[in-house]
Design a protein around this ligand. Structure first.
Ligand code: CP
Ligand code: NVA
Length: 298
């Protein structure tokens, strides 16, 4: 039966280990590999929102695995003119071997996956961004040698797709996840459930004490621009600054899913500091997604 990756709930801890084993091999052998599991296969990549990293890393990844990546601008597809999600899923399943999709509605992606007979990979919805978080976890593993018990503090909009996916990641791995966020943007209790390793703290400096990793996402996610003023007013105190670095562990590392907005969710001196590993993190998108594609696309 085909498998999808819509959220981290679609994978078990064993799946995660397998993805990371494959990621390591693919990363080490990049450029001198004749491993082409996608030879003769086409992957449709539907984008309704902007992208730099996701689009490029998926296109390059599919190419490197021997497949044919097809970028599909959703506004130029008939779905943008009223064709149903189900009809689109049925038709694309007759041509393609996998679908990567970035759009607004998570429910829409669930429907696409339900009807499609080929694997569907979520490349970001309003609610979840699993590919990003897989790359983040892999980066932590590379730097720390483990994930369980590592303290990661996330600053800002604790209801963003990144934050929601981090919650699922912490439940899967035992990551010690602390959200530094105001009441208005505190993490979703329904997602956290009774997990003891996920906490919320409204004082960002206090939250940062002893942190191994500090992580931020934009204050205004794609599709949430209407609330920009309110968001900035509430979230600016949660900008990642040197004040937080000072109380974190000496060897703290700074993560950011990117794109970064220096002076909003991250101070410029933090973004450009020796603590920042954001480009290693971004690079890992490529390797992790190649692993996911090689495991899901048959
Ligand atoms: N982090 C991330 O998904 O970046 P893009 O929006 O550029 O794809
Ligand atoms: N939360 C951000 C992530 C960008 C990669 C957004 O949805 O815009």
């Amino acid at each position: 039966m085909k498998k999808d990756l819509l959220t981290l709930q679609d994978i078990t801890y064993d799946d995660l280990l397998e993805i990371f084993r494959r990621t390591k091999e693919l990363k080490e052998n990049r450029g001198n590999s004749d491993y082409k599991p996608l030879a003769g296969k086409s992957i449709g990549m539907i984008f309704a929102k902007s992208s730099t990293r996701t689009r490029v890393s998926f296109e390059v990844g599919v190419y490197e695995l021997g497949g044919n990546p097809m970028y599909l601008d959703e506004s130029r597809m008939q779905i943008g003119r009223g064709e149903t999600v189900a009809d689109t899923a049925n038709v694309l399943s007759r041509y393609l071997h996998g679908i990567v999709i970035r759009t607004y509605s998570h429910e829409g992606v669930e429907e696409l996956a339900r009807v499609a007979t080929i694997p569907v990979i979520n490349a970001l919805t309003d609610e979840y961004h699993p590919c990003q978080i897989l790359a983040d976890l892999y980066t932590i593993l590379e730097y720390s040698g483990k994930i369980e018990g590592i303290k990661l503090v996330f600053y800002g909009d604790a209801q963003s797709n990144i934050a929601n996916s981090l919650i699922l990641a912490a439940k899967l791995t035992g990551l010690n996840l602390v959200f530094a966020a105001p009441e208005e943007f505190k993490p979703r209790a329904d997602l956290i459930g009774d997990a003891k390793n996920i906490t919320w703290e409204s004082d960002p400096v206090k939250a940062s004490e002893g942190a191994d990793y500090m992580y931020s996402d934009v204050f205004v996610s794609m599709g949430f621009e209407d609330g920009r003023e309110f968001r900035l007013e509430k979230l600016m105190p949660y900008q990642m600054t040197m004040d937080m670095i000072r109380v974190a562990k000496d060897n703290v590392k700074v993560l950011h899913c990117l794109p970064a907005h220096r002076g909003e969710e991250i101070a410029a001196d933090v973004m450009d500091s020796e603590y920042s590993i954001v480009f290693d993190q971004a690079e890992n998108r490529l390797h992790v997604q190649k692993a996911v594609l090689s495991l899901l696309v048959k």
